[in-house]
Design a binder for this molecule. Structure first.
Ligand code: F6R
Length: 364
């Protein structure tokens, strides 16, 4: 049931504050100001390396998880798309934790990668939405997301719920590795508790994003830029756009612009820049300005400070609430999803059932 929404995708975007809160509820212990995981039969302190494997949108959660886990826990992380991991003969050692991420829990390549990790003797954890799925049954440690059924083929609420659980995993690893003080953990708990409200404030920009969508819908190519954890989000933005609007789109790490993609820029190319204010902001903005000098049609997604500093010469700005960097990917996911949605609606494509795509990819 779509309720009063025109598409399942829009309904699922709007559900995010509730389902992310629901997911966080099973990991946060507000009274103790701690982040907990379900009981497990192994010691996270013994984890020396992490291998994260997933496909598509879920693989971008893995990439964001790499930033979080390496920064907070000082544990080395590798991220692979499952179809590559299976066949590249990765070096797997028993002190590794293997993590799979999947909405359906049935994606053929991810399931095969999970079995490969288990056969190599790894302890495995799975961030999975469907609790009765094959992966949910086969992982050593099930880390459920509570997104509820996701009907739209383009993943939205599963993505942000996966991020919430990934944050919980990163914090627990960090504590187990002796890298996190109780004060630092308390701060993270408070920031995570702010996520649903911040997501609601992001959703409030829906109409504004709908109004700018026709400008993007006319483009042949669209580029997305981000740095740090906003780089995987740029990849996610590009995937979402091509998947449902059939416009060619690419996401780049901002610093890579001048190594090639800037050659694509002219005054017909929209450039979606994901840049919360903070330590990485100035660098991303300088990459953005190089593109603006070549005519790029910039949409800057930032907070009030960022927009005040760099909002000039853009075709639009979308103002996000100012949030701590650790939760920014959850909040900035919302305008990225809404933009793809409204561009597709403006183009008249079948948003919930895009051509050539299946919700669950059970063949390789
Ligand atoms: C993109 C999308 C796909 C899935 C991918 C993995 O919007 O939905 O890229 O993320 O097929 O699916 P799961 O998470 O079910 O393993």
């Amino acid at each position: 049931d779509k309720g009063n929404h025109r598409h399942f995708m829009l309904k699922e975007i709007y559900e995010q504050p509730v389902v992310v809160a629901q997911t966080l509820r099973s990991y946060l212990r507000p009274l103790e100001e701690r982040v907990a995981l379900p009981d497990m039969e192994f010691d996270l302190a013994s984890v020396e390396r992490v291998a994260i494997v997933a496909c598509g949108t879920a693989s971008y959660v893995g990439m964001i998880g790499k930033y979080w886990i390496e920064q907070l826990a000082r544990v080395q992380v590798e991220v692979d798309v499952a179809s590559e991991f299976r066949y590249r003969d990765p070096v797997l050692t028993p002190n590794m934790l293997g993590v799979v991420i999947s909405q359906s829990g049935e994606t053929a390549d991810t399931l095969a990668a999970l079995r490969h990790m288990k056969a190599a003797g790894l302890t495995t954890a799975g961030i999975i939405n469907v609790p009765t799925s094959s992966m949910a049954r086969e992982v050593d440690l099930l880390l459920p997301t509570h997104a509820g059924p996701e009907i739209g083929v383009a993943s939205t609420k599963a993505f942000t719920c996966q991020l919430a659980v990934m944050a919980a995993l990163a914090v627990n690893l960090a504590r187990a590795k002796g890298q996190l003080t109780p004060e630092a953990e308390r701060d993270i708990v408070h920031h995570l508790q702010e996520v649903p409200e911040a997501m609601s404030r992001a959703i409030a920009h829906d109409e504004e994003i709908a109004a700018m969508a026709p400008k993007i819908a006319a483009a042949r190519d669209v580029l997305y830029l981000g740095r740090g954890p906003d780089y995987p989000l740029a990849l996610e933005g590009a995937l979402k756009l091509k998947e449902i609007s059939y416009i060619h789109a690419e996401g780049y790490a901002s610093g890579e612009m001048k190594h090639g993609p800037i050659a694509l820029i002219d005054d017909t190319v929209p450039l979606i820049v994901l840049a919360p204010s903070g330590p990485l902001f100035d660098k991303t903005v300088s990459n953005m300005q190089e593109a603006q000098a070549r005519g790029a049609l910039v949409v800057l997604i930032s907070d009030a400070d960022g927009i005040a500093q760099a909002g000039e010469n853009t075709i639009a700005t979308i103002e996000m609430p100012k949030v701590h960097p650790i939760i920014a990917p959850l909040v900035y996911a919302v305008p990225v999803q809404l933009l793809a949605y409204h561009v597709a609606v403006a183009k008249g494509t079948d948003v919930d059932q895009p051509r050539n795509l299946a919700k669950s990819v059970t063949v390789e």
